[in-house]
Design a protein around this ligand. Sequence first.
Ligand SMILES: *Cc1c(COP(=O)(O)O)cnc(C)c1O
Length: 369
Amino acid sequence: MGKVQETVLEIDLSALAHNYRLLRGRIREKTKLLAVVKAFAYGSDAVKVAQKLEALGVDYLAVAYVSEGVVLRDAGIRTPILVLHPQIANFDKIIEKCLEPSLYSERVLKAFLATAEKHGQKQYPIHLKFNTGLNRLGFSEAEIPLIAKEMKNNRAVKAIAVFSHLAASEDDGERSFTQQQLNRFEGIAAKIDLEIGYRPFRHVLNTSGILNYPQAQFHMVRSGIGLYGFGNDAKVDAQLRPIASLKTIISQIHTLKAGESVGYNRAFIAGENCKIATLPLGHADGIGRIYGGGTTQVLLHDTAVYIVGNVCMDMIMIDVTEIDCSEGDEVTVFGNGITATTFAETAHTISYELLTGISQRVTRRFIGD
Ligand SMILES: *Cc1c(COP(=O)(O)O)cnc(C)c1O
């Protein structure tokens, strides 16, 4: 693994395998594992990650949008792919590419039934999504008779699963709310079994759900962030391995006298003589302006140093006054030593947002395969 020569997001596929096995070890042998690979597999690389997971034996994949599923199919991925948030305009594509839609309202259910009929489908697999308290996407319990009526008159589709999503599975203070969601889900699933006359399988847990509510794994669980190395929990984080590290190099070093300034709007003024290094990444790469102004640290030679001044589109500057360093030296933005969670916390956000925000301009480099 050579030194980096530009900004790269290094993806460790052996860490992915480690996390996959660890999560597998947390669920029953019979429980299927669905890997959520939406948003470029949380900012890494959806195709590479899906290929690795397929090789590891993952049961299911999920993406948010149809276009993301199309990319995976076109890359040769054959594992079932659930599309969590499809739009009617893409329903032909869903069938063309053998994707499985989440259907979440009367409007989309009717539209998908019509599309499946138009394509002459028989028992095309769909997942019925229910709202149990997140109030984001999903049928309500009261709509079950309507769903049953639609499904009974239609042989083109088959509900292979009923599912829901938890609002606060990582939040210990919301255990009773989560339990209420789980109870509601069980009630809904049982009603569906009765009303449509067969038993779709059930899935409800995300990563934190897997860790905190193992009794609710049903037939399948859905993990995203856990596979990428974060469990929303310090104890679990210690066992998981982050798969992505953002690394870069020093482009140039400037020596400044007291009173001189750095970057746009002179947002940093040197209090005393100092040394400033410029890095080739900025807000267009996913390191937003929020990380500037002395709020956030990166690692240079294992020492944490501050980002100073305004983050630019293609550059950030760091204060390296105390460090013996040269142009071309490697800098870790997050990864070993500073996790994405720690880095994100300085901007009052979460690893999910930081990771998925690393733009496609940043070269992905794969190790550990
Ligand atoms: C994104 C998503 C997940 C994955 O959640 P993690 O917390 O990353 O494990 C699971 N289910 C649904 C419906 C999602 O949208």
